[in-house]
Design a protein around this ligand. Structure first.
Ligand code: NAD
Length: 478
């Protein structure tokens, strides 16, 4: 279904994110028939570039970042016709009158800030000062949204001077993933899970976002951030919220975001002994974190594991274990909900017994896996064994699953539709920083160094201990 006609201005339209994700994604939506003929995409960045040169840059980005099967030369040529370019300086007056002349005010206006966060305020103020953004305009803001509570508040305040909260779309691309939304469908469209979705029946929850990549190439930036700021405060926190939140009264942006906010507010402060930070070492000629970060004395973590408690009626007594890191054994993201033992066993085969686990895989191979106990087949008497009820969305849904939009595509279309459900609200972001700040300040105050871990491993030893001492274990990363 096509969305309404729009003018989408991409500030930073020649940058890495625009070339890798935003522009190829828009081409895919165009190809899927979601873009009306009169919709336009306007690249805006500092460099001087003709429309023609910008179209060439986008054509190259599509060729480089989309699989060959998705590249249809005729459709690409058609798509490129919808592109224009203006050289605009966020920090100067250059280009703004030209941009004003281009952007129409009788279509949906969206402005994507795909530039360094230091420029967000400049863009917002010039967009309004030049009368380019109308009262219904939408602005899309990239991460990072601040580096602590103070900077996030300042950024929110700056944006609020120019735009209403209903116009601001803070991107967390994790929320655009198909499985993440499926999480809400699984929880709230089935009667099966929700009655068990509480501490009475859930022993613990594990959230893992494991990456194999190093910070090579972006080490200097990453070193000012670290896993807590780069992954936990935003992506893992959002996943935690979707798992732990109460059912919203309706699938409505503010209803959903109200419930997520309540989860963040209910988080207990984390004790230092419940956090393990790690830094990968060099191995077999591959660079260590310290080399990648070009900072021999860096205390920044490339891995973090922590145990959280949510102090509310539903979750009191159920720990949530979160971990994420670079250079780990495999690229795998999943949420695993481990249920408690049945209250009484009628079988003698206590050894065969395993807990029920519901695993929601975000990548690779998005899907769900519910581990249930059955009788071991054969004449051996009543022996128990665990089998997976495994559903790969790709297998279950066939072709429909082949063509799911990538997170960025979906989120950009949501912006055009004016649907904020999958975007973080200002108060959510601030609450997440209010939770993270004291943890980070504690490390800094104590001068804590992360522990070394081998590349290709599943993280530092102490992270294993974090669960072992509770009589639990991490699921294998593979
Ligand atoms: P980049 O350095 O590759 O591109 C920056 C863009 O901003 C260029 O188009 C440049 O011309 C433009 N620009 C710089 N100064 C300008 C000015 N004064 N006026 C107008 N335009 C100006 O950066 P990127 O990697 O594309 O990142 C863009 C944003 O997206 C950042 O906020 C970044 O944190 C965020 N982000 C990037 C990625 C990624 O994978 N690259 C992932 C998540 C978030």
């Amino acid at each position: 279904i096509p969305v309404e006609p729009f003018d989408l201005v991409i500030f930073g339209g020649t940058g890495d994110l625009a070339r890798r994700k935003i522009l190829p994604g828009l081409y895919r939506r165009f190809q899927a028939g979601q873009m009306t003929d009169d919709s336009r995409i306007i690249g805006a960045a500092r460099g001087e570039l003709s429309d023609e040169a910008f179209r060439n840059l986008v054509a190259e980005a599509i060729a480089e970042f989309l699989p060959k099967t998705q590249q249809d030369p005729a459709a690409i040529a058609d798509f490129l016709k919808r592109l224009q370019y203006v050289a605009v300086d966020a920090q100067g007056e250059n280009g703004w009158p030209q941009l004003k002349a281009l952007v129409r005010d009788d279509v949906v206006q969206a402005f994507y800030f795909s530039v360094a966060p230091a420029l967000f305020g400049d863009l917002a103020s010039r967009l309004t000062a030049h009368g380019i953004a109308g009262p219904q305009a939408r602005v899309v803001v990239e991460k990072p949204f601040g580096r602590d509570l103070a900077t996030a508040k300042a950024l929110n305040a700056t944006l609020a001077q120019h735009f209403a909260e209903s116009q601001i779309y803070r991107i967390d691309h994790y929320l655009g993933k198909e499985t993440v939304q499926n999480l809400m469908a699984v929880r709230f469209a089935n009667i099966l899970f929700e009655p068990l979705w509480k501490s009475e029946y859930v022993d613990h929850v594990q959230i893992t976002v494991a990456e194999t990549v190093s910070v090579e190439g972006r080490g200097a930036y990453y070193d000012t951030s670290g896993a807590m700021r780069d992954m936990v405060q935003n992506h893992l926190m959002q996943l935690l919220c979707l798992i732990a939140m109460e059912p919203p009264y309706h699938f409505d942006p503010n209803a959903v975001r109200d419930e997520k906010l309540k989860v963040i507010r209910a988080l207990d402060p984390v004790r230092p002994e419940d956090i393990v930070r790690g830094q990968y070492v060099g191995l077999k000629g591959q660079a260590s974190y310290l080399e990648d970060a070009e900072n021999k004395n860096s205390k920044t973590e490339s891995y973090i594991a922590l145990k959280l408690h949510i102090s509310n009626w539903r979750w009191k007594g159920t720990p949530f274990y979160l971990r994420t890191g670079k250079r780990l054994r495999a690229r795998a993201s999943e949420i695993a909900i481990t249920f408690r033992e049945p209250p009484h066993s009628i079988f003698d085969d206590a050894e065969g017994w395993r807990e029920n686990v519901l695993v929601i895989r975000l990548q690779p191979d998005e899907g769900m896996n519910l581990k249930v106990m059955i009788k071991e087949p054969g004449p051996g008497g009543m022996r128990l064994t665990q089998v997976p009820l495994d559903m790969s969305f790709a297998d279950a849904l066939g072709e429909a699953a082949q063509d799911v939009p990538d997170a960025y595509e979906r989120l950009i279309m949501d912006v055009i539709r004016g649907n904020q459900t999958l975007f973080m609200r200002g108060d959510e972001v601030e609450a997440a920083w209010a939770w993270a700040d004291p943890i980070i300040e504690g490390w800094e105050r104590r001068g804590e160094r992360p522990q070394p871990y081998d590349p290709g491993s599943s993280g530092p030893e102490d992270a294993l201990m974090l669960m072992h001492r509770d009589g639990r274990r991490w699921r294998e990363i593979r």
